[in-house]
Design a binder for this molecule. Structure first.
Ligand SMILES: [Zn+2]
Length: 452
């Protein structure tokens, strides 16, 4: 067992809301002392250490599920539940009636609501409430309909800010751990991830929280990213095919299909719904060059927000045209308008969309904003390119890097291939919905395995 380096550095056992900004250097403990990033092999940390950490952060604070008292507060139309530990939860009548778990109101086989909204009385009163013999909160409504609620089910859905935050963290794993060049990329064994639920869960939790995980020990032949995608569910088809071969190609349809330098970018900002997760498998490495680079785009966006708020505002409010055209899986002519920095309704950075190669010459801005746009983009790119922010590693045959394409920017150094050693990476995309679905299933499976 790898003792958790992350834990020693005080990473949170508590849950933070949203894409919380973690202080710079909070991952410094993730780097093996004395390991230089100039070294050819990446500074890898066991994903198990990250798993230990992230699993600790996940559980909801369900400490007690016994009830001391339950009563109706008719004036406020709230049911009050006093738990054994002395805390109180309040549940609106309307919400309780809406979420009745009975066979008439819920389709059990789908765990879906069969109560129609048009049938819901959003001003319902309440006849009686008590704890029944099955240790459920049992409500009789004025029309004599009965709703019974399991205590644990109710407790997890408590409306307090802390409970809601814990539930959101459990559902979405929102908390992010920011990093810079000192990151030791979490790593795991490819076959273990395919075959072991705990290893797979550790992989996906680290992928969500840190944004990049390295898998080693895959066969150095095509088909591995497809196998890995099946571990999740299915991959994301794009115009480059279900999987795609990154090689130096004649008449390249993409700048990635050359041997030149690739500056830091996210993939496919020419789509409005950009691929969430990317797998890249090294089948063959170049004779010389071809090192990979990654940077934490969210962290860098937060640095930009601090250093140059105007530039942050510009990149998160002006939409930029991107395009991509050619023929690969089939012919395509895609065009999008994206913010280079997407923020959600709470102001948290939620996605980076930037590839200088596919940024279109159409710039749909009034004249007076053009120079400010270039100034803002330069400010962000300068932060991305600071050596203290960039992690460099070199893939070897059998390595697979998996990363968050909504968050990380990645690049590549130019390379020289010899005829019998032709650099070849195979890639695939997935979307976050499918990845998070597998993460939740694995977490349930692992907790059930642990209970046995
Ligand atoms: Zn019902």
């Amino acid at each position: 067992m790898f003792l958790c380096r992350l834990a020693r550095y005080g990473l949170p056992g508590r849950v933070l809301r949203g894409t919380a900004a973690r202080p710079l250097g909070s991952l410094s403990g993730c780097r093996r002392p004395g390991l230089s990033l100039a070294q050819k092999s990446p500074g890898l940390a066991s994903v198990q250490s990250c798993w230990h950490q992230t699993m600790m952060a996940a559980p909801l604070p369900v400490t007690s599920c016994r009830v001391l008292a339950v009563k109706a507060r008719h004036e406020e139309r709230l049911v009050e539940v006093v738990w054994e530990d002395g805390s109180t939860s309040l549940y609106p009548y309307t919400w309780l009636r809406d979420n009745c778990q009975c066979l008439n109101c819920t389709l059990q086989s789908a765990q879906a609501r069969s109560l129609l909204f048009s049938q819901l009385d959003i001003h319902t009163g309440l006849h009686t409430v008590q704890v029944n013999d099955n240790n459920q909160v049992s409500i009789v409504w004025p029309d004599q309909h009965v709703s019974d609620f399991e205590l644990q089910w109710l407790r997890k859905r408590c409306f307090s800010a802390a409970s809601r935050q814990a539930m959101q963290e459990e559902l979405f794993v929102n908390e992010r751990i920011y990093w810079d060049s000192k990151l030791r990329i979490p790593s795991a064994n490819f076959e273990e991830v395919l075959n072991d639920n705990k290893a797979a869960l550790a992989w996906l939790l680290a992928l969500k929280r840190i944004g990049i995980v390295y898998l080693r020990g895959a066969p150095s032949e095509e088909g591995q990213v497809a196998r890995l995608s099946k571990r999740i569910g299915y991959l994301r088809l794009t115009f480059y095919g279900p999987t795609w071969q990154v090689q130096d190609k004649a008449m390249a349809v993409n700048v990635a299909y050359t041997s030149g330098d690739l500056s830091l970018h996210t993939d496919y900002p020419a789509l409005h719904y950009t691929p969430g997760v990317q797998f890249l498998h090294c089948v063959e490495q170049a004779q010389q060059g071809g090192e990979s680079e990654v940077v934490d785009g969210f962290h860098m966006a937060e640095l930009l927000r601090r250093e140059d708020p105007q530039a942050f505002h510009t990149l998160s409010s002006l939409r930029v045209d991107f395009d991509d055209m050619g023929k690969d899986y089939c012919d395509f002519m895609v065009h999008s308008k994206n913010h280079i920095i997407d923020v959600d309704c709470e102001g948290q950075v939620s996605r980076i969309n930037f590839n200088n190669a596919t940024r279109n010459s159409v710039l749909d801005l009034p004249l007076h904003q053009v120079q400010e746009f270039y100034r803002a983009l330069k400010a962000y790119v300068d932060i991305l390119n600071r050596p203290k922010n960039v992690v460099t590693y070199r893939m070897e045959p059998g390595d697979i890097v998996t990363f968050d394409n909504w968050r990380l920017l990645h690049g590549r150094k130019s390379y020289i291939s010899s005829p019998n050693k032709r650099r070849h990476l195979e890639g695939a995309y997935l979307d976050w919905d499918e990845v998070m679905s597998r993460l939740r299933i694995l977490r349930k499976a692992v907790s059930e395995e642990d209970e046995r």
